[in-house]
Design a binder for this molecule. Structure first.
Ligand SMILES: [Zn+2]
Length: 344
């Protein structure tokens, strides 16, 4: 099969022919139609996240089961599937209470510890596949359906962690990025009163408004906390969602929180930031971390898109051969929303 390989961290992706995978016990093989290309994957390509090479990257798939291994009863040939990004044990305390992103026996990620979706076929443990509902037209929209398992599911979880309510003003930091635009969309869907997009790249504000932002804040002008306070008549924002999570964005976001404010970080590479506990006490602030989503939230996200309540923003769809060129654009932050590799 044709596959895009990362041979060494930080080197260009290459297209090669490698043997077709065949399923072992408890595994299935699916034909990939499309695979989303986001920053999480790009960090592995760029060598900023550890990945054993050679490796086929990618986890945001739309695929169709073509072969099942011994003992597999949960899936059959022809089933449409997407993937659950994390490989979790299903048995530890956190898995049993539906908080599997905290799994104590974490086995890694699809497309990092095992080969992912940047190829014509993908082989995964059955537990890593999630069936796509029949009501979702995956053949017609494989790129959009593929990215749901991360680009919609991750923001859906945030709306719950931050308890976004109809009275809330929500600001999204890094709003023009792949997860950011979807966070705007899902915050709007969750009935936020006002949604504010914060980004350094003003060129992405049009897409932010299309995704549901009411107001944009150009972070390249500085004074971000002040701009957010001005946008809320001095009251401050209720929820700050930070996809950048540098010390500067975290501190600006927290400084802009009003009473009862919640700060949510989804970035893992920022520096240490300072918070005044007296401020936290006086305003009853909450500082939260949110990792990916549960399988349940992926299934719910598929359902919401199937019903037409949400629709992923995939702005670039390219063939496998252009994977490296696409990643060059991701490196330069030139992709708005999500991009996808089309394999089918
Ligand atoms: Zn577990």
């Amino acid at each position: 099969m044709k596959a895009i390989l990362l041979k060494e961290p930080g080197t260009p992706l290459v297209l090669e022919n490698i043997p077709d995978p065949s399923p072992g016990a408890g595994e299935a093989v699916a034909k990939v139609l499309a695979c989303g290309a986001g920053l999480t994957i790009h960090h592995a390509r760029a060598g900023r996240i550890k990945v054993a090479t050679p490796r086929v990257l990618g986890h945001e798939i739309t695929a169709e089961i073509v072969a099942i291994g011994p003992g597999v009863t949960q899936l059959k040939r022809g089933d449409p599937v997407t993937a659950y990004f994390y490989m979790t044990c299903a048995e530890c305390k956190w898995c049993r209470v539906n908080r599997e992103t905290l799994c104590e026996n974490f086995r890694g990620y699809v497309g990092r510890e095992i080969d992912g979706g940047y190829a014509e076929y993908i082989r995964l443990p059955v537990s890593s596949f999630i069936r796509i509902p029949d009501t979702l037209d995956w053949r017609e929209h494989p790129a959009e359906v593929g990215v749901i398992c991360d680009a919609i599911a991750t923001p859906l979880k945030v709306t719950r962690k931050a308890r976004i309510a109809p009275t809330d003003t929500v600001a999204v930091f890094g709003a023009g990025g792949g997860l950011g635009v979807h966070m705007l969309q899902v915050a709007r869907w969750a009935h936020a009163r006002k949604v504010i997009a914060v980004d350094l790249a003003a060129a992405k504000f049009e897409a932010c408004i299309k995704a549901g932002a009411d107001v944009t804040v150009d972070a390249s002008e500085g004074r971000v906390a002040e701009q957010l306070l001005e946008a809320t008549g001095g009251r401050g924002i209720d929820v700050a969602i930070d996809f950048v999570s540098a010390a500067s964005t975290a501190e600006a976001a927290i400084a802009a929180l009003g009473k009862g404010g919640r700060y949510v970080t989804l970035g893992g590479h920022g520096g240490t930031f300072a918070v005044n506990p007296g401020e936290m006490l006086r305003k009853e602030l909450e500082l939260l971390g949110s990792r990916y989503a549960t399988r349940e939230e992926v299934i719910e996200s598929l359902e919401l898109v199937a019903r037409g309540e949400l629709w992923p923003m995939v702005t670039e769809k390219v063939p496998l051969e252009q994977a490296e060129a696409l990643h060059q654009r991701l490196e330069k932050a030139l992709v708005t929303g999500r991009a996808a590799l089309m394999t089918g």
